[in-house]
Design a protein around this ligand. Structure first.
Ligand SMILES: C[S@@+](CC[C@H](N)C(=O)[O-])C[C@H]1O[C@@H](n2cnc3c(N)ncnc32)[C@H](O)[C@@H]1O
Length: 248
C-alpha cells in the first residue's frame, strides 16, 4: 500500500514518529528542547520510511526536510494564517496527481522540443497529444499551421494557465481531460513525460488504442520488457532520453 502511495507512507511515518516521541516525553517526564525534538522526529521518520515502509531513497531527504521546514515555517516565521491557506490551495490545484498517480510536475525542456519537432517532421504527424501537458509547453512548441497539437491535463491550475497561454498564442489546445479517458486512436503521435509507476498500464492503453503506423514517444521512462524501436539520447543538461515505440 505505501509503495503504491509513497507520500501517504511518508505522512504516516511523520505521524507515527510524533506519536512515539510524545509517549517518550511522557515516560521520561522532561520537556526536550525544540532542536532535539526536530532531530528525533527526523531520525525516527527516516527509520520508518527506509527500514519499515521501504520507501524509495529520496524519502530519506523528505523525512528530514519535512520536520525542519515545518518548525521553520511555524515557529520562526510568523506568517499570517491565510498564507498557509493560499499555499495549500496552490499545491492542491497544481500537484493533485503527485499523490494519486505518482506523477510529479517536471517540464520538457527546449532541446527536447527541438527533437520532438524533428520526430513530427520525420513521421509527418498531423495530430499530436501530450498526455499530462503541465503548462502546455510541448503543445505550443509542436503546434503548426498543419499540425493539430493537443494536451490533456486535469490539475486545475495547470489547465487554466496552459489553456490561456494556448488561447492567446493561438498555439494548440488544452483539454481538461484525464489521460485514461483520452482516445489515443485520434492521434499520429502521442507524447508522455509521466512516471515509471504508470508506464506499464499506459502502454497497454497505447497498444489497444493507437492506430497502426502511429508513434508513441516517452520522455525518460521506458516501458519495461518492451524494446523501443528507437532511443534518442539528447545532449541537453539532464541528458534526456526519448523512447520511440512504433505502433504495428
Ligand atoms: C511530468 S509532468 C509533464 C508536463 C508536460 N507534459 C511537459 O512535458 O512539460 C506530468 C503532468 O501530467 C499530469 N497528469 C498526471 N496524471 C494525469 C492524468 N491521469 N490525467 C491528466 N493529467 C495527468 C500532471 O498534472 C502533470 O502536469
Amino acid at each position: 500500500m505505501f509503495l503504491k502511495y509513497p507520500l501517504v507512507g511518508a505522512l504516516c511515518a511523520q505521524l507515527l514518529s510524533l506519536f512515539v516521541i510524545k509517549i517518550f516525553i511522557q515516560v521520561i517526564q522532561t520537556n526536550l528542547q525544540l532542536s532535539y525534538l526536530v532531530f528525533l522526529q527526523a531520525c525516527l521518520s527516516v527509520f520508518i520510511t527506509q527500514q519499515i515502509f521501504k520507501l524509495p531513497k529520496w524519502f530519506f531527504f523528505i523525512s528530514i526536510l519535512f520536520p525542519l521546514t515545518f518548525v521553520l515555517a511555524f515557529h520562526f516565521f510568523q506568517f499570517s494564517s491565510w498564507v498557509y491557506g493560499v499555499l495549500f490551495i496552490f499545491f492542491a490545484l497544481t500537484f493533485s496527481h503527485t499523490l494519486k498517480e505518482r506523477v510529479p510536475l517536471y517540464l520538457t525542456n527546449e532541446k527536447t522540443y527541438q527533437a520532438l519537432r524533428k520526430i513530427t517532421k520525420e513521421i509527418n504527424a498531423k495530430s499530436i497529444v501530450d498526455l499530462g501537458s503541465g503548462l502546455g509547453g510541448v503543445v505550443r512548441a509542436l503546434s503548426e499551421k498543419n499540425i493539430f497539437s493537443y494536451g490533456v491535463e486535469t490539475a486545475p491550475l495547470l489547465w487554466i494557465i496552459s489553456s490561456l497561454l494556448s488561447f492567446f498564442s493561438f498555439k494548440g489546445k488544452i483539454l481538461r481531460q484525464n489521460i485514461w479517458n483520452t482516445k489515443l486512436s485520434e492521434y499520429d503521435m502521442v507524447y508522455a513525460f509521466l512516471s515509471p509507476a504508470i508506464m506499464e498500464k499506459l502502454y497497454q492503453k497505447v497498444k489497444s488504442e493507437m492506430r497502426s503506423g502511429s508513434l508513441f514517444v516517452s520522455n525518460s521512462f521506458a516501458v519495461e520488457g518492451v524494446l523501443a524501436d528507437e532511443v534518442w539520447q539528447l545532449d541537453d543538461q539532464r541528458q534526456t532520453i526519448l523512447y520511440l515505440y512504433k505502433i504495428k
